[in-house]
Design a protein around this ligand. Structure first.
Ligand SMILES: *Cc1c(COP(=O)(O)O)cnc(C)c1O
Length: 468
C-alpha cells in the first residue's frame, strides 16, 4: 500500500515510512492511496474471531509491502494481551438497540491506548529492522501523554519527551505520566498553558535540522497508524451487534476527529455503518461548522471533558480531502485561508455532502453532568464525562429506534472522579493495577515556556543516553 499526502506535495510513502514520519513534509496528513474493501460475506465470516484476528484482517491490507502477516499477528497479539480481561473492547447493552463500546480497558484507561499501544510495538518492529532510533516529542493536555508514555516506556530504540502545562492537568492524569520512571521517558512540565506546549512541539518539528538529527516523530492522531488501529474496534463492535448485514449507527465523543475518521474508514472498507453522531463539549467548532458551513476557531474553554478541549480538529483535514474527491489543490486553498484568516467557508452543496451521514450535537458541562446522573439512575451504569457526551449525542440524534446505535465510551470514570462523583453520588474506583497511583514516586522536569530551553534540554538528555 502506498500513502499520499492531503496537500499533494510530499512524496508517496510506504506504511513503515508513514509510521515514522507522522506529519507529511508538505504539512499534510497521509492517507492510503486506495481503500481496501471487504464483501458482506467476508465481514460476517469475522463474527466469531478474536479481537487479534479481526485486527490482523482489517489492518493487513494497509501494511502490505512493509510488514508481513506473521509479524503483524505477533505485534497485534502482544499489543492486546496487556488489556484487561478476555475481551479488550466489550460491547455493553444499555437499552433496546442501544449499546456502549467500552474503550477504557487499556493501561491508561482511555481509548487512546488501543492505538498507542499498537504504535509502540509497531515502532519497535520497524526500528529494529532498520537498526534505527527515534525521538518522540509530544504535547498533552491529559490523556495522550500518558497513553504515549505507557506505550513507549522501556523501549531501547525510543526516547520520549512529553510536555504538559504545569499545574493544569488533573492529578490522576499527571501521575499516570510522571510515575513512569523508565530511563527513556522524560516528562517536562512547562510554565505555560497547553497551547504553549503545542507551539513548542510544532516549532521543534519545523526545525528541519533538529528534526533530522534526532529522528523526530509524532504520536498524536496525525499519525496514520493510530487511525488504522482504531478502525478495528468499529468492526469488532459491528460484529457483536450485527443483524443480517443491516446498517448500524455509531456515536462518537469528538475532539480532533481522529476517532470519527477511523469510523469513516471502516465505512469505506464496506462495514455497514449508516450514520455517525458526533458529540462535542462547549468547544463546538465542528457543530458550528455543520450548522453554518463556516469553520471558525474560537478560544478554547476548559470543560469537564478536557480531552475534547480542542478548537482545531486536525483530522478533519483528512475527511475534507475525501469530501473534495481528493483534490489536494482545493484542500490547500481552504487550509491556507484558515491559516491566514482563522476561518473558511464551504458551499451549501459541499456542506450537504459533508453532513451526508453525520449529525452533530453539543453538551455543556451542566448537560454532561445531568447525563452522567441520569444514565446511572436509569441503567446503573457509570459514565465518564467524555463517554457521557457520546451517549447523550446518541440519545439526542437517535433516529430510527430499530437501528442499533453504539456509543463509544472513551475513558474510565475513575479518570475523572470529582466530576463523576458530583454528578452521580458515586466515587468511581480505579482498577486494582492503578490503586496505589496516588502514592507512587513522581519524576518530572520543569522548564520555562521557551523553545530554546526545551530544545536544549532534549539535546542534553539525548547526549546522556548516547542517542545523538
Ligand atoms: C482524545 C479523546 C477524545 C477525542 O478523540 P478524537 O479522536 O481526538 O476526536 C475523546 N475522549 C477521550 C477520553 C479522549 O482521550
Amino acid at each position: 500500500m502506498k500513502y499520499i499526502s492531503t496537500r499533494g506535495k510530499a512524496p508517496k510513502l510506504d506504511f513503515d515510512d508513514v509510521l515514522l514520519t507522522g506529519l507529511a513534509r508538505d504539512g499534510g496528513l497521509y492517507l492510503p492511496e486506495t481503500w481496501p474493501t471487504f464483501s458482506a460475506d467476508e465481514i460476517s465470516a469475522m463474527k466469531d474471531m478474536s479481537y487479534a484476528d479481526v485486527a490482523v484482517k482489517v489492518m493487513l491490507p494497509f501494511v502490505e509491502g512493509s510488514v508481513d502477516e506473521a509479524d503483524l499477528r505477533k505485534i497485534v497479539v502482544e499489543t492486546y494481551a496487556v488489556f484487561e480481561g478476555d475481551d479488550p473492547a466489550p460491547v455493553v447493552k444499555l437499552g433496546d438497540n442501544e449499546y456502549v463500546l467500552e474503550l477504557f480497558h487499556g493501561p491508561t484507561l482511555a481509548f487512546k491506548d488501543y492505538a498507542l499501544q499498537f504504535l509502540g510495538h509497531m515502532f519497535d518492529h520497524v526500528l529494529a529492522k532498520r537498526g534505527a532510533t527515534l525521538t518522540i516529542v509530544g504535547a498533552t493536555s491529559g490523556d495522550t501523554g500518558s497513553a504515549a508514555i505507557e506505550a513507549c516506556r522501556d523501549r531501547d530504540a525510543i526516547e520520549i519527551f512529553i510536555l504538559h502545562p504545569e499545574g493544569r492537568v488533573s492529578e490522576v492524569q499527571r501521575r499516570q505520566m510522571t510515575t513512569v520512571l523508565s530511563d527513556n521517558v522524560h516528562n517536562i512540565a512547562i510554565k505555560g498553558n497547553f497551547d504553549d506546549c503545542q507551539n513548542t512541539v510544532k516549532a521543534l518539528f519545523a526545525d528541519e535540522e533538529f528534526r533530522d538529527a534526532v529522528n523526530l516523530s509524532a504520536v498524536n492522531s496525525i499519525n496514520w497508524a493510530r487511525i488504522m488501529a482504531q478502525v478495528v474496534y468499529y468492526f469488532w463492535a459491528y460484529l457483536k451487534v450485527m443483524d443480517q448485514g443491516k446498517p448500524i449507527t455509531f456515536s462518537v465523543p469528538t475532539g480532533n476527529f481522529g476517532n470519527v475518521f477511523a469510523g469513516y474508514v471502516a465505512k469505506q472498507m464496506g462495514l455497514p455503518i449508516g450514520r455517525f453522531v458526533v458529540g462535542a463539549n462547549a468547544n463546538d467548532i465542528l457543530v458550528r461548522f455543520f450548522e453554518t458551513g463556516r469553520m471558525e476557531s474560537q478560544t478554547v474553554v476548559e470543560t469537564s471533558s478536557p480531552s475534547m478541549d480542542i478548537q482545531i480538529s486536525s483530522n478533519f483535514e483528512r475527511y475534507m480531502f475525501e469530501m473534495l474527491d481528493r483534490d489536494a489543490d482545493a484542500l490547500c486553498a481552504l487550509m491556507d485561508e484558515f491559516k491566514a484568516t482563522g476561518s473558511f467557508a464551504v458551499s451549501p452543496e459541499l456542506l450537504d455532502r459533508i453532513k451526508g451521514f453525520i449529525d452533530a450535537e453539543r453538551f455543556d458541562d451542566e448537560a454532561t453532568a445531568k447525563l452522567i446522573g441520569k444514565v446511572y439512575a436509569d441503567a446503573n451504569y457509570l459514565l465518564d464525562p467524555h463517554s457521557a457526551i457520546g451517549v447523550g449525542a446518541a440519545g439526542a440524534r437517535r433516529g430510527d429506534p430499530t437501528v442499533p446505535i453504539v456509543a463509544l465510551a472513551t475513558a474510565h470514570p475513575a479518570k475523572f472522579p470529582d466530576t463523576v462523583k458530583a454528578a452521580s453520588g458515586v466515587h468511581p474506583q480505579l482498577p486494582d493495577f492503578l490503586s496505589d497511583l496516588l502514592e507512587r514516586e513522581e519524576r518530572s522536569h520543569t522548564l520555562d515556556n521557551s523553545y530554546a530551553c526545551v530544545k536544549n534540554y532534549i539535546e542534553e538528555m539525548l547526549k546522556g543516553r548516547h542517542k545523538i
